[in-house]
Design a protein around this ligand. Structure first.
Ligand SMILES: Cc1cc2nc3c(=O)[nH]c(=O)nc-3n(C[C@H](O)[C@H](O)[C@H](O)COP(=O)(O)OP(=O)(O)OC[C@H]3O[C@@H](n4cnc5c(N)ncnc54)[C@H](O)[C@@H]3O)c2cc1C
Length: 433
């Protein structure tokens, strides 16, 4: 047994870890006991934890073929390895989350979204097929349009074990991003700026929720892949070296995440960013994965760990819903130094998280106070027709999950297909999926 957790370090539990290196290992594990597959443990909560059997997939990490931007790889390969191998040849993932340390299986199971969801959709938009091992060891190749594909993409590992997949990558001329930073001072200005820049291939906003919607200082980062013409003449288009990481040896004192300290920190961050507003050429790692520069930054919140809250709100309810969420967070005087706001475009699939509108993600130190606040944020989200991201969840009650009408259909399908007693996670048990 090993004591493990997700990235938020909450909850922690003793789980039996079984490692898979081959398809036969996966088959043997499924035949032995109920399990959940685990990728690189970057989901924040308990989605990739099963006390009885947690199947570690990072040993199945072979890239099997690559031609003309089409990659076939095993589920345990990390996005970081794909980028380091293929970016020097001019290929970059079509869709990437805010960390490159996710496995292909984890990206598929959570159907992750990136800063380009408003134009390119979620990870599924680059997946041609996925091989899934079911409860009796049978492997099914699911393609877009199949029910199994639709439930697996966003299904959080509960349809079976993803063994391998074929994905398409994006051709790029350089490893740089032409970035434009806009410094804004309210939620409304931010939403107006998102609307005005919806053709920008990538966009993300770092928004200060500690001061309420009318003073919600924001740094909106827009980006596009730089072309050869954009580069100064002496720059090489690809120079994909591993950067040194700064360690985070221990947690920051808890008072930093409260009251005036929190306001001071967010203020400093905004003013620093605002000074650099305008156009710049930045490398892929700095633009897409700023948090990866700190190793183990999840230790920042101290021993108890932290919780993420990420909701999506429909387009028509976004302005009112976000304003109420920000008012409530500001009044609580607790919460994340940096909250992330992104725009979502259209979305297909049976259980994937995004919906056309906006998504807000925030961190909270794990505490009773945060749990109470997050329950109020749940209510506001539900009152505005929104939903929650299971890859970030560690604490939702079953009733909240069931408020998403798709959850009942998912649980019913799982039961009918005989999946409920073979593929379970601490999260699926908590949420009754
Ligand atoms: C710093 C940071 C930034 C992030 N930014 C974003 C973001 O911008 N957008 C976004 O969408 N997400 C984001 N995430 C969440 C992250 O992308 C997802 O949680 C992703 O699923 C993690 O992949 P993993 O390989 O670590 O999977 P794990 O955390 O190990 O597992 C996640 C889920 O995938 C399932 N799974 C993993 N491998 C398999 C497999 N082979 N077969 C079946 N199921 C499997 C697990 O059962 C579990 O349900 C972020 C996370 C971090 C830490």
């Amino acid at each position: 047994m090993s004591l493990i957790s997700g990235w938020g370090r909450f909850p922690k539990a003793e789980c039996k870890i079984v490692s898979a290196r081959t398809q036969a290992d996966v088959e043997a594990a499924i035949a032995t006991a109920a399990l959940i597959a685990r990728g690189n443990g970057r989901a924040y909560g308990d989605a990739a934890m099963n006390r009885g059997q947690t199947l570690a997939m990072t040993g199945m990490d072979r890239m099997l073929s690559f031609e003309d931007g089409v990659l076939v790889a095993e589920a345990g390969v990390l996005l970081a390895d794909i980028i380091h191998t293929l970016l020097p040849r001019g290929w970059f993932p079509m869709v990437t989350p805010g960390t490159k340390y996710v496995s292909l299986g984890g990206a598929i199971a959570a159907d992750v979204h990136g800063k380009n969801h408003h134009l390119d959709g979620s990870f599924r938009s680059c997946v041609d097929w996925v091989d899934v091992m079911g409860p009796d060891g049978t492997v099914t190749r699911a393609t877009p349009g199949d029910d199994l594909f639709d439930w697996t993409l966003g299904g959080m590992g509960l349809t079976g074990v993803i063994l391998r997949a074929q994905i398409r990558l994006r051709k790029v001329e350089t490893m740089y991003i032409a970035q434009e930073t806009r410094a804004l001072t309210s939620l409304q200005d931010t939403l107006d700026a998102f609307a005005e820049t919806q053709d920008a291939p990538y966009s993300v906003a770092w928004i200060d929720c500690s001061d309420g919607p009318h003073h919600g200082h924001t740094l909106l980062l827009l980006g596009r892949h730089a072309t050869l013409e954009d580069l100064p003449s002496r720059w090489r288009p690809f120079d994909v070296r591993q950067k040194r990481k700064l360690p985070v040896p221990f947690g920051a004192p808890p008072f930093l995440f409260r009251g005036l300290w929190l306001r001071a920190l967010t203020g400093i961050y905004w003013r620093r960013g605002a000074k650099r507003a305008g156009h710049a050429l930045v490398d892929w790692d700095s633009y897409f994965y700023p948090l990866d520069a700190l190793s183990n930054w999840n230790r920042l919140y101290g021993r108890n760990g932290f919780l993420q809250f990420q909701c999506a709100l429909p387009e028509e309810a976004s302005a009112a819903g976000l304003a109420e969420l920000m008012d409530t967070i500001a009044a609580s005087q607790t919460g994340s130094v940096l909250s992330v706001l992104k725009r979502f475009g259209s979305q297909s699939g049976h259980f994937s998280f995004p919906m056309p509108g906006y998504t807000l993600a925030l961190d909270f130190p794990a505490s009773e106070r945060s749990l109470e606040l997050m329950s109020r944020l749940d209510e506001i989200t539900l009152a505005h027709g929104g939903r929650f991201y299971l890859a970030k969840d560690a604490r939702m009650p079953e009733a909240v999950a069931k408020a998403d009408p798709r959850a009942k259909a998912y649980a019913a399908m799982r039961k009918q297909a005989g999946l409920t007693d073979r593929f379970t996670s601490m999260q699926s048990e908590r949420l009754g999926l």
